[in-house]
Design a protein around this ligand. Structure first.
Ligand code: URA
Length: 224
């Protein structure tokens, strides 16, 4: 059972009905009245059954996320790619291997120390960018995950996640290297380059590392 504070947060976020409908395999209406969220496993089951946007028709598997739902660091990317779609786990392709190496350099492990997810939980066909409508349809799931995890720090990787989570249209060059706050929650948010971009542009790795150092410092400060 989730505690009262988390339940109140979910209520205040006006989450739509998702649990019972998604379990029944029915589409979830955005206008449905709010229902308090359940526990973590029912949230994950609901994401896996979600039909809120057309991506459910072309995906192999929804990709809710991986890691520790009690983690203090939440990493949020864009959307699953082909490999993630096959395996049901985010960031498992080449970009994911680089993300794991970046985490290891911070002394962190994907299973134990972080929770990794995406702003969109189903793969857009041909690896195209997710649309604004798809991001909006998926947002209640991300909000519910955030409300249950209550991370100390959010790291947005890539322009699409960074713009979506900050509500800004600025470039990554402008969004990184500073602290943002995530919506009304006030959770500190840092943006950095997507690992897929770093594979193409290794010259940006030093700047990405500076972003990770800032995140590590914030995590250590929060636990001091
Ligand atoms: N890129 C993302 O943004 N997310 C994934 O899960 C994989 C690749």
């Amino acid at each position: 059972m989730i505690d009262q504070r988390r339940r109140r947060m979910l209520d205040e976020m006006g989450l739509t009905v998702w649990r019972s409908r998604a379990r029944a395999g029915q589409p979830v209406s955005e206008t449905a009245p709010a229902e308090p969220a359940g526990d973590w496993s029912s949230l994950i089951a609901s994401i896996e059954a979600c039909q809120r946007c057309p991506l459910h028709a072309t995906r192999q598997r929804a990709v809710p996320g991986v890691g520790d739902p009690a983690a203090r660091l939440m990493i949020i990317g864009e959307a699953p790619g082909a490999e993630e779609d096959r395996r049901g786990e985010p960031f498992v392709g080449r970009a994911g291997q680089l993300l794991d190496a970046m985490l290891a350099a911070m002394g962190l492990d994907r299973q134990q120390d972080v929770f990794i997810t995406n702003v969109v939980k189903s793969r857009p066909p041909e690896n195209r960018d997710p649309t604004a409508e798809e991001i909006a349809a998926c947002r209640p799931w991300l909000d519910a995950q955030l409300a249950l995890i209550q991370p100390g720090v959010i790291l947005a990787v890539g322009k699409i996640a960074a713009q979506s989570l900050t509500g800004s249209r600025q470039t990554m060059g402008r969004l990184r290297d500073q602290w943002h706050r995530f919506g009304d929650t006030g959770i500190p948010l840092r943006a950095t380059y997507h690992p897929a971009y770093l594979l193409r542009r290794p010259d940006a790795k030093a700047r990405a590392w500076a972003d990770l150092v800032a995140v590590r410092r914030a995590l250590r400060g929060a636990s001091a």
